[in-house]
Ligand binder design. Structure first.
Ligand code: SAH
Length: 358
């Protein structure tokens, strides 16, 4: 007889039982998804929180082996949106009823970049009378910088650990000072100290990654007591070093299923956190984001980046919605939400309940 229902019923989540859940097959997968959906309905409901995603700049000082905008990718044309472009996009979001932004960028930490983000935050807050929420995802920074951005109005921050196992982390990053696993963990603590609602996440289906790694990723998130999570399947990009290992990857459908399982299990583990239905899920499956919402996720990030920049912010290939206008992205999402009996509340910040329940 299957042990999956017993694990879920008794809520005994250890490394071993989490691996069992991740390896669930057949009917057990549906049992897992049903339970996660119930937990979500009970703690979060059918409300989906929206973040208008703005891809600020693809200039990056880092050289992560999986990422299409890594510093050494000479095939990538680099851009940075002007402050005006960002503010215009933010005002569009605000007027469309999106309560909050997610501002994402390649990772730089020079003073020009720090100033640029500060100016963007100040302008957005002024132009929207402080009513638009802002999540930042701009990489590892000093405590001073995190505090400066917090004071300017950012109140949530996403920094993925990418892989909680230091050995796996080392295999997918250069081995140097800029790509240090412990430094990334320390950055998460600095974010917490600075007052943010803090999110992290991992890529799922990486070469060299094991089920044990993924189970430990879930335990890592629980131990860090995170407020939010963004995670999704790893997708290959031909101009990156990790592409050499593409033959070792799980097929796309397995990576998709495993990503859904990660979301479902995390929802059962951390009932009141925000979990994003990420773009990578949509890239790997045409209905990926909606399926994720059905089984545990509660945050959607429609891409509202100005059209000119979208194709250059290619972390992986075959990114969806490249040709859509910001209005198209929003329209598509709203009608999809209807189809799964979910809704979003206009101009709502959608903060992490976990943060306030703590
Ligand atoms: N540099 C910023 C955020 C930009 S990248 C930061 O570090 O916070 C945002 C996320 O995209 C990364 O954290 C990574 O998890 C994901 N990503 C990058 N390349 C990817 C790939 N090839 N497949 C799937 N996700 C990828």
């Amino acid at each position: 007889m299957s042990i999956i229902p017993k694990i879920i019923r008794e809520e005994k989540f250890t490394l071993e039982t989490l691996i069992d859940l991740l390896m669930a097959k057949g009917d057990d997968i549906q049992i897992l998804y049903r339970e996660a959906a119930l937990v979500k309905l009970k703690y979060i409901g059918r409300k989906v929180s929206m973040r208008g995603l703005i891809e600020l700049s693809n200039k990056c000082a880092k050289d992560c082996y999986y990422c299409g905008i890594r510093k050494s990718n000479t095939f990538c044309s680099r851009y940075t949106l002007s402050v005006e472009e960002v503010v215009e996009t933010a005002v569009f979001a605000y007027k469309s009823g999106i309560g909050s932004l997610a501002i994402q960028s390649g990772e730089l930490s020079n003073s020009v970049f720090i100033q640029y983000i500060s100016e963007i935050l100040t302008r957005i807050k002024t132009e929207t009378q402080g009513k638009l929420g802002v999540t930042l995802s701009c990489g590892e920074q000093s405590e001073e910088t995190y505090k400066e951005w917090y004071d300017k109005g950012a109140h949530r921050y996403l920094l993925r650990i990418e892989a909680s196992n230091p050995k796996l982390y080392q295999k997918i990053h250069p081995n140097d000072k800029l790509h240090n696993h412990q430094d990334r963990i320390d950055a998460l603590y600095r974010l917490k100290k600075s007052g943010y609602q803090v999110g992290t996440g991992v890529m799922i289906g990486l070469p060299f990654q094991t089920y044990e790694d993924l189970a430990n990723d879930l335990l890592f998130m629980q131990e860090m007591d995170i407020d939010m999570c963004g995670m999704g399947p790893y997708l290959e990009h031909e101009s990156t070093p990790l592409f050499d290992f593409k033959d070792q990857l799980m097929c796309k459908n397995d990576r998709y299923q495993l990503s859904l399982k990660m979301i479902a299990i995390l929802r059962i583990l951390m009932k009141d956190i925000n979990i994003a239905a990420t773009t990578a899920l949509q890239a790997i499956h045409p209905n990926g984001r909606m399926e994720a919402l059905k089984i545990g996720a509660n945050v959607l990030m429609p891409n509202i980046s100005p059209g000119s920049s979208r194709e250059f912010y290619a972390l992986y290939q075959n990114k969806p919605g490249m040709k859509d206008s910001p209005a198209d992205s929003l329209e598509k999402i709203t009608s999809s939400l209807d189809s799964i009996d979910h809704f979003f509340v206009k101009n709502d910040w959608g903060d992490s309940r976990h943060f306030f329940n703590r």
